[in-house]
Design a protein around this ligand. Structure first.
Ligand code: SAM
Length: 230
């Protein structure tokens, strides 16, 4: 894995020195995956490309230095942990509703000697005191964009960004989310398509700028978000 990641980071213009740590992360992920459902990807080379390099794309395109970032529905730490490895000054909160995944992420942070990683067990639609406390929110493979915006934009402070990782076939999904984005205080700033180095896979990031505070009535309860997306 180390070599594939090294080459991919270099292709993205990132420092390849982080490759051994990301490869160790991949190795620990595959070991734990034998006893806990963490990923459907089980080939080391694919873990290197489809997890590590896919997530590294964000750090190649946005300056994350010193930012406060929340990764909503982080699962096995994607993209939050990868970004923290690549940007040591990043302060990362990993949010998930499954405690056992977070417990593993705590063990992982210790094994990789990563500080400034905090885990948060809860439902994304209940931001509480963390409302508008982050410069950046990220999410990959969590929900349809209109639902996702209601889960993620409330965490972002005005002026900050929500980076939604999507497939390149997401035109209709993006169109459907436009009303939600406007109601939640955001605007689409850019749609960036990238190739994952070493693969034929193209993915997309929809970057949504938070232009004003999210009205207090959002997010709604999850049943309602699902039943009646904005
Ligand atoms: N982001 C990771 C990735 O790209 O590999 C994990 C994706 S996994 C398919 C979705 C994760 O989102 C799961 O770990 C699930 O527990 C979490 N999740 C889904 N809905 C959530 C919610 N409303 N609040 C918190 N976590 C949620």
């Amino acid at each position: 894995m180390t070599e594939i990641i090294q080459q991919g980071l270099a292709a993205f213009g990132l420092d390849p020195a982080a490759a051994p740590v990301l490869a160790r992360y991949g190795q620990l992920l595959l070991e734990k995956n034998q006893v806990m459902n963490l990923t459907a990807i089980t080939e080391p080379a694919q873990v290197a490309t489809l997890h590590m390099l896919d997530c590294a794309a964000l750090a190649s395109h946005w300056d994350l230095t010193g930012k406060r970032l929340i990764d909503v529905g982080t699962g096995a730490g994607f993209p939050g942990v990868v970004l923290r490895v690549l940007v040591p000054s990043l302060r990362v909160t990993l949010l998930d509703s499954l405690q056992k995944r977070l417990t593993w992420l705590e063990e992982l942070s210790e094994a990789l000697e990563l500080s400034e990683i905090h885990t948060l067990h809860g439902r994304a639609e209940e931001p509480g005191a963390l409302r508008e406390r982050f410069d950046i929110a990220t999410a990959r493979a969590v929900a349809d964009l209109s639902v996702l915006c209601e889960l993620c934009l409330p965490y972002v402070a005005a002026g900050g960004l929500f980076l939604a990782m999507k497939g390149v076939d997401s035109e209709a999904e993006i169109s459907r989310a436009k009303n939600a984005i406007r109601l939640l205080g955001g605007r689409i700033e850019s749609v960036w398509d990238y190739d994952i180095p070493g693969t034929k896979v193209a993915h997309r990031v929809v970057a949504i700028r938070k232009t004003s505070s999210t009205p207090p009535k959002y997010p709604r309860r999850f049943a309602q978000i699902k039943k009646q997306p904005l």
